[in-house]
Design a protein around this ligand. Structure first.
Ligand SMILES: [Zn+2]
Ligand SMILES: [Zn+2]
Length: 265
C-alpha cells in the first residue's frame, strides 16, 4: 500500500506533463492510490501561472473522475484539491468545495497579508521582516485554517522554511497548539517531500513536528507535491524513514471526505 496524495496538473499553469501521465507514473511505481490535488482557483489573484480559473474547475473534476474510471483495477484515483487559506475568500472557497465530490481537501497557507511568501519572485521580502514573528503568524494562520472545518489535511505544515530562512526560537509550543487544534477537528497533515527540492533541502514538516504529532496521535498522510509526472512519489523512501523513526505505523487515506488509517508499506 503506497499512495501519493499531493499531485499537481498542468491546469495550474506551472506544472508539466498530463494528468494521465502522472497516474501512469504512480502505476509504474507500484502505487495503490494516487490523489490528484491541484490548486483550487485562487480568488485573491488572477494569475494563470498560479492556478486554474474558476470556470476551469468543472473540467478538472471531470478529467480526474474520467481517470478514476479508466484506471479502475490498476490504481485508485482520488479526487483531491489544494485549497488556500486566505480569510477574505473563505465563503467562496467553501462554495466551491461543496459543489464537487472531493475525496479530500488539502488546506495550505501560501499567503499572509499581501505576501505570497513561497513565491521565489517575492523572496526578497524576507529581508524586511522579523523571521520569528513570521513563523508564529504562519503557524497561527494554520491553526485558524484548521478551525474552519473546511479542510482534511494541513499541506506542507512548515512551508515557511522553504528558502531556508529558519526561526531562531523553539517552535514546539506553537506546533503543539496547532496539533491540538488538528486533533480536536480531526484534521491530519502530510509528510511532503517537495521541501527536498527547494533551498531548505528538508521534508515538510521538520522531524520535531512529525515526532510531536506522532506522540499526540495526529494522523499523517503522504504527498510529493509533484508538478511533473516524474516527481510522483519522489523521495518517499525518505518520507517513510521519517515516519517510522517518528513512531508512525499507519497513514491516512481518504474517500468521500472520510479518513481511513492503513498500515505503512
Ligand atoms: Zn503549485
Ligand atoms: Zn502548496
Amino acid at each position: 500500500m503506497m499512495f501519493d496524495y499531493h499531485v499537481h496538473t498542468p491546469m495550474c499553469g506551472h506544472a508539466s506533463g498530463t494528468m494521465e501521465e502522472a497516474v501512469q507514473s504512480a502505476v509504474r511505481k507500484g502505487f495503490s492510490e494516487i490523489g490528484i490535488a491541484d490548486h483550487l482557483p485562487l480568488l485573491y489573484m488572477d494569475d494563470p501561472t498560479l492556478s486554474m480559473r474558476p470556470e476551469d474547475l468543472p473540467l478538472y473534476i471531470d478529467t480526474v473522475l474520467g481517470l478514476k474510471d479508466r484506471f479502475q483495477g490498476q490504481i485508485e484515483v482520488r479526487l483531491g484539491i489544494e485549497a488556500d487559506y486566505y480569510p477574505p475568500t473563505l465563503g467562496e472557497v467553501e462554495r466551491m468545495l461543496d459543489a464537487h465530490p472531493f475525496d479530500y481537501v488539502i488546506g495550505s497557507v501560501h499567503i499572509l497579508g499581501d505576501w505570497i511568501f513561497d513565491d521565489p519572485r517575492e523572496e526578497e521580502r524576507y529581508e524586511d521582516i522579523d523571521i520569528d514573528e513570521f513563523y508564529i503568524a504562519y503557524l497561527e494562520a494554520e491553526k485558524e485554517m484548521v478551525a474552519t472545518g473546511l479542510y482534511d489535511i494541513v499541506g506542507h505544515a512548515d512551508l515557511v522554511k522553504k528558502f531556508d530562512r529558519r526561526a531562531s526560537i523553539d517552535l514546539t509550543p506553537h506546533y503543539r497548539e496547532l496539533l491540538s487544534e488538528m486533533k480536536r477537528m480531526g484534521v491530519c497533515f502530510e509528510v511532503n517531500t517537495a521541501g527536498l527540492r527547494w533551498p531548505v533541502g528538508e521534508i515538510y514538516p521538520e522531524p520535531d513536528f512529525v515526532r510531536l504529532a506522532a506522540e499526540m496521535g495526529v494522523p499523517v498522510t503522504l504527498g510529493s507535491d509533484s508538478h511533473c509526472p516524474e516527481d510522483v512519489g519522489r523521495d518517499f523512501d525518505l518520507a517513510l524513514e521519517l515516519l517510522r523513526a517518528s513512531g508512525y505505523g499507519e497513514a491516512a487515506n481518504f474517500k468521500g471526505r472520510k479518513i481511513k488509517l492503513v498500515p505503512l508499506a
